[in-house]
Write a protein that binds this ligand. Structure first.
Ligand code: HEC
Length: 258
């Protein structure tokens, strides 16, 4: 491996083990922040999509609820059977369900629903700005309509943010990893391409799930696929920049450019 150190330092940009220190510092800072960001993204997915069916952890049901909706039910109904189930007594819930089934009329809301939501929901929903104010008729009526899942406008918005933003992240992860040693070029190229492929698969699967809930598992495979490929590239890059040289394994391989 380490033949002649002078030879190697003459050609510092050969691979990750022999990069100049400032470049290693740059790459390492980026990898650490991106690694942290990926973990935060994971936590966010658990807390938003993960809770969609009222149970912790991401399941196929969560994905179906988020993108396809729950078309046999309304959001109000599925929440009252899910994460809001302890917020009202079963009698009160029965009254609300009956009201939904009978068409969610305003007159009936005034006499039967308004007193319940004022007593049981207002202290959160009328005070926390990020929550829909279910004590207002227009708001609760909309939540009582059939849940059609993600709207085209919001799906278009998150799709393009996701594609642009994540492509940038993968670009630098792949660029750094392209200097790794010990991988045949075809395998390295495949690993660099993998997250992009899974990203396209993931975003396409959101749209497909909106049409047909059986595509929900593709969303999970897509997300899992690019997380795994990124994790392999990030940890390999850190290992080769710091652990390998520290153990004396400074490689002479031309990692990319020959
Ligand atoms: C202790 C505070 C609290 C109370 C009381 C409460 N909620 Fe909620 N509610 C939340 C929080 C937090 C969320 C967002 C997380 C979630 O969806 O589970 C939420 C979400 C919802 C949603 C989904 C809104 C959306 O657009 O995604 C509905 C519907 C809902 N609540 C209905 C009710 C009803 C009806 C009551 C009264 C019977 C009620 N909640 C009482 C805190 C509360």
């Amino acid at each position: 491996m380490a033949e002649n150190t002078d030879e190697i330092t003459k050609n510092k940009w050969r691979n990750l083990t022999s990069l100049p220190f400032p470049i290693k510092a740059l790459f390492t800072g980026y990898i650490l922040v991106i690694g942290l960001g990926l973990m935060m993204a994971g936590a966010q997915i658990l807390l938003t999509h993960g809770m969609a069916d009222g149970k912790f952890g991401v399941s196929v049901d969560d994905i179906v609820y988020s993108y396809y909706g729950n078309r046999s039910s309304s959001k109000l109904q599925s929440k009252l059977n899910g994460s809001m189930q302890d917020k009202a007594t079963s009698q009160e819930k029965a009254v609300i369900f009956k009201w939904i089934a009978s068409g969610a009329g305003e007159h009936e809301w005034q006499t039967t629903i308004n007193p319940i939501t004022q007593a049981k929901c207002a202290h959160c929903h009328a005070n926390i700005p990020t929550l829909p104010n279910v004590t207002k008729y227009e708001v609760i009526k909309e939540l009582a309509e059939v849940d059609m899942g993600a709207e085209t406008s919001s799906l278009t918005r998150i799709s393009h943010i996701h594609l642009f933003g994540i492509a940038f992240i993968f670009f630098f992860i792949g660029f750094i990893f392209s200097f790794a040693v010990g991988f045949p070029k075809w395998l390295k190229g495949l690993l660099i391409l993998t997250p992009y492929t899974f990203l396209i698969l993931d975003v396409s699967a959101w749209w497909l799930t909106r049409i047909d809930p059986s595509f929900a598992w593709l969303v999970i495979i897509g997300g899992f696929g690019y997380s795994l490929a990124s994790a392999v590239m990030l940890s390999t890059s850190l290992y080769q920049m710091w652990i390998m040289p520290w153990r004396g394994h400074v490689s002479n391989e031309k990692a990319c450019w020959d």
